[in-house]
Design a protein around this ligand. Structure first.
Ligand code: ADP
Ligand code: K
Length: 442
């Protein structure tokens, strides 16, 4: 099912023409309304008429998060504060948050792209969507909410956290869809088991998960334990919020559609900033094409992915790979670049291990070291704990330990310390994003 078949299946040449036309007016409007961009164009000897379409984008310098910080709170808005319908903030790790504004029209676009996303995820009018994304300054809660209503769903605006209540209402109301972070979906699944709630007590069919990087390892765990079809939703406040891209539930694993009639993506080299060809991994950069209040040109997301066209797909829009990580969350260990998702991917193929893991970075002498802490499957753990001599189980335990160490070395090129933990040893998401990396003094 398409929410907007005409746009979602628009032939590429027409889509490109639409983007070019929209980009021209976006650039003219920004030049008129935002002193920062007018000044930027002047410094680079650019006029709005130099940008006739997306192929001219490379002439424009990137917009970094620092530009939003420096113009805090409303300095990059193209509209006056009194003409806005809503403000959102992204957390911003230190100090002042990033502020984004929405006109009524922007809110309409936000709802439209979320409605398209939910439809691609398998959601249908009439289904009950339990929205466990956080409501508040974070774009997730309200963003999903308005999109679900537009699609014609019933929304349960429960927000994140309160796991016991989540599970109670999920059973009592027979929710069809859960929206939350993948790490919180794991928490829900685990808590279900702990409370002996049988899968048959739930009506869940779909899980729409995002706001943090995740891999197939986490997907298979969630799908198995919650009996759902789990798909990826991606977005960021600076562009609009969740719904910048979405995976189709019948095309899982082939990437997420970027709604490119509103958000034009580029992938650039993280060192040189040069645009990279389709399929190559680099930093995602977005240009908004229809934003009224908080438009951005070439916003440097810091998220690492690739983009490509999938000729066999249902829709014409470009796809993006899962996010490997944020460039600023990338570890550099003894000269090797490392994202935690690489370790997650290795864990997937070792059945004795669960996706409850954490990377501990510490210093040993002059060297950075990484310890992988990962929980073993509870059945395996129980049989080892229950019996003094369960030699077969011990063998499996040891084999899993060595296999993880070897595969990390072979695929990532780093030796890591491995610690197999008992179930429950690793921190869980309590409703929002989960930090997989901790730094420890040796
Ligand atoms: P905050 O900065 O407060 O976390 P945002 O919602 O703006 O709030 O965060 C957006 C960021 O979250 C993205 O730039 C990306 O790093 C991450 N993110 C969002 N969705 C996904 C996803 N599906 N996969 C991986 N990372 C994601
Ligand atoms: K952000």
């Amino acid at each position: 099912m398409y929410f907007n078949r005409e746009i979602e299946t628009m032939p590429l040449d027409r889509l490109r023409a639409l983007q070019n036309e929209r980009l021209q007016s976006q650039v003219h409007m920004m030049y008129q309304q935002i002193p920062h961009y007018r000044e930027l164009f002047r410094q680079h000897n650019l006029k709005p008429s130099d940008i006739s379409g997306v192929r001219d984008l490379h002439k424009i310098p990137f917009t970094h998060k620092s530009a939003l910080r420096d113009n805090y709170p409303f300095g990059l808005f193209a509209r006056q504060r009194k003409d806005l319908a809503r403000l959102h903030c992204s957390s911003g790790t230190t100090g002042k948050p990033i502020v984004v504004g929405y006109t009524q029209h922007d809110i309409g676009v936000f709802a439209e792209v979320v409605a398209r996303s939910l439809a691609a995820a398998g959601c249908r009018p009439g289904m009950l969507l339990q929205n466990a994304y956080g409501y508040g300054l974070f774009t997730g809660g309200l963003g999903i909410h308005y999109g679900a209503e537009l699609l014609g769903m019933t929304v349960l605006p429960i927000s994140g956290g309160g796991t016991e209540k989540q599970l109670m209402l999920m059973q009592d109301f027979q929710s069809d869809v859960i929206c939350c972070t993948p790490s919180y979906a794991l928490t829900l699944a685990e808590e279900m088991k702990r409370r002996n709630i049988d899968q048959s007590a739930l009506a869940l069919r779909f899980a729409v998960l995002g706001a943090e990087p995740w891999t197939e390892s986490v997907r298979s765990e969630i799908e198995r334990k919650l009996q759902v079809n789990a798909t990826n939703i991606y977005g960021l406040s600076e562009i609009i919020g969740p719904g910048v891209s979405q995976e189709d539930y019948e095309e899982k694993g082939t990437g997420s559609y970027i709604w490119e009639d509103h958000f034009y993506p580029e992938i650039v080299d993280k060192d040189t900033g040069d645009p990279l060809p389709y399929g190559e991994q680099g930093v995602l950069v977005f240009t908004t094409l229809t934003k009224e209040a908080s438009p951005v040109l070439r916003y440097y997301t810091n998220d690492i992915a690739s983009v490509y066209y999938d000729k066999s797909a249902k829709r014409t829009h470009i796809k993006m790979s899962p996010i490997a990580g944020r460039a600023d969350d990338m570890l550099i260990i003894r000269g090797v670049n490392l994202f935690h998702t690489q370790v997650e991917a290795v864990i997937q193929n070792i059945p004795e291990l669960t996706p409850n893991y954490q990377l501990v970075v510490f210093r040993k002498g002059a060297m950075d070291e990484v310890e992988v802490r990962v929980e073993v499957e509870s059945a395996l753990f129980d049989s080892i704990a229950a019996e003094q001599d369960a030699p077969l189980e011990h063998d499996r335990f040891l084999a899993a330990f060595h296999l993880l160490q070897k595969r990390i070395k072979d695929t990532i090129g780093l030796s890591m310390r491995v610690t197999l933990e008992h179930p429950g040893a690793i921190p869980r998401s309590e409703g929002g994003k989960l930090n997989r990396i901790v730094h420890r003094q040796a």
